[in-house]
Design a protein around this ligand. Sequence first.
Ligand code: CTP
Length: 399
Amino acid sequence: MLKGKKILIGITAGIAAYKIPFLIRLLIKEGAEVKVVMTAEACNFVTPLTLSALSQNPVSIEPFSPADGSWHSHIELGSWADAFVIAPLTANTMAKMATGITDNLLLATYLAARCPVFYAPSMDVDMYHHKTTQLNISALQSHGNILIAPHAGELASGLTGMGRLEEPQKIVEILQNYFSKQLSLSGKYILISSGPTIEPIDPVRYISNYSSGRMGNALALEAASRGAYVTFVSGPVNEYPSHPSIKIVKVNSAAEMYASCTELFAKADVCIMAAAVADYTPQNPEAEKIKKKEDSFHINLVKTKDILSELGKTKNNKQLLIGFALETNNEINNAIAKLHTKNLDFIVLNSLKDEGSGFGFVTNKISIIGKDQKINNFELKTKTEVAADLFDFIQKEIV
Ligand code: CTP
C-alpha cells in the first residue's frame, strides 16, 4: 500500500523523537520514499545524520544553508510529499501551526503543504490536557489535518497519563489505511448536518445546547478525504471543516436547518444528521429586548419540525439515512425506537454516561445499530477515528 508513496516526516523537539528512526525504517521496508524536515531544537533529540542515513535523503532543517549557500524550499517539500507526518509534535509547534506562525522551515512547509497532514502530539500529561492544547488539537483537526492521537502510559517525566507518541508500527498502519481508503467514496454526494441550533427568545437571547460540532467536522473531513462531495449544514460553531470538497451552509435555527436539509436531501446518496437540533423553539420571539419585571417568567415553546423524520418519509431505496442519538438512560431502546420511527438505515448511539463521550470532547464512544437491530459497539476513540469507523460501515451498504 505504501510502495512508491512519498512520505515527508516532520520532527519537533520532543523526547519521543527517538522513535522516528524506527518509523523511517518501517516506511522504507514498505517501499515508501522518505524525506525529513526537522526543527533545529529537534536535533538535540535525534541526529540529522541518523535520519539521513536511514531515509537515504538529505535532512532539511533551515531554509538556507550558510555552508554552501543553498536554499531549501518549503514549497518543494510540501508539493513533493503524498503525506506529511509531523511526529512527535510538541505543544509549542502545535500552537504555531494552529495560528499560522512560520518561524522555521518545518512550519513554512506545513503551511504550504498540499498533501494530507498527519499530526501526532506528544507531551507531558498536564500539557496535553491543558485547555489551550486541546483547543489547538481541535483547531488543527478542523483545518483538515488528521490526528494521530497519543495514548496513555509512562512518560519521560516519570508521570503516567496521556501523551505518549503512537508506536511507529501503528503510524505505518494509519498511513496504509489512509491510502487504501482514498477515493473510495469518489463521486458520492454526502449531506451532513452538524452543530447546535439556536432558537431566539429576543434580539439578545436564545435557547441552544452544548454541541461543539466536532463530531460533524470529523465526519465531513473523513467523507471528503475518501473522495466524496460534501455539503455541510451547520449551526453556529467555533470551527468549521476546511477542504476543497466541503461546501458549508451556515444556519442558525432548527427551522433554517430544516429548510436547507430538506432542499438538499434529494441529491444526496448519504445523509448523516449529526446536528443537535432544538426540539422546541419560542413561539413568539420578541422584537425588542425583554425587560425584567416579575419574579418568575414563562416562555411559550412550540415543537420544531423533526428534520430526520421528514427526510425518512421522502427517502428512496438508494439513499442511506443515518441519525445520531445522544442518550442519558435506556440508551439502546431509545436509539432503536428512533431508528424505526424516523425510517433510518443506521443510528449512531452515544451515551453521556460514557466518560470522554459526547459534547465538547475530542473523543467519542459509539454503537452503530442497523435495521436488523444488531448492535456494533466501538471503543472510546478520537472523533476522527469514530468518523472512519462510521464510513467503513456506510461503505459496505452504499449502492
Ligand atoms: N433531529 C432532527 N430534527 C429534530 C430533532 C432531532 O433531525 N427536530 C435528529 C438529530 O439530528 C439526530 C436524531 O434526530 O440525528 C435524534 O435526535 P435526538 O435529539 O437524540 O432525539 P429526538 O428525536 O429529538 O428525541 P428526544 O430529544 O426526545 O430524545
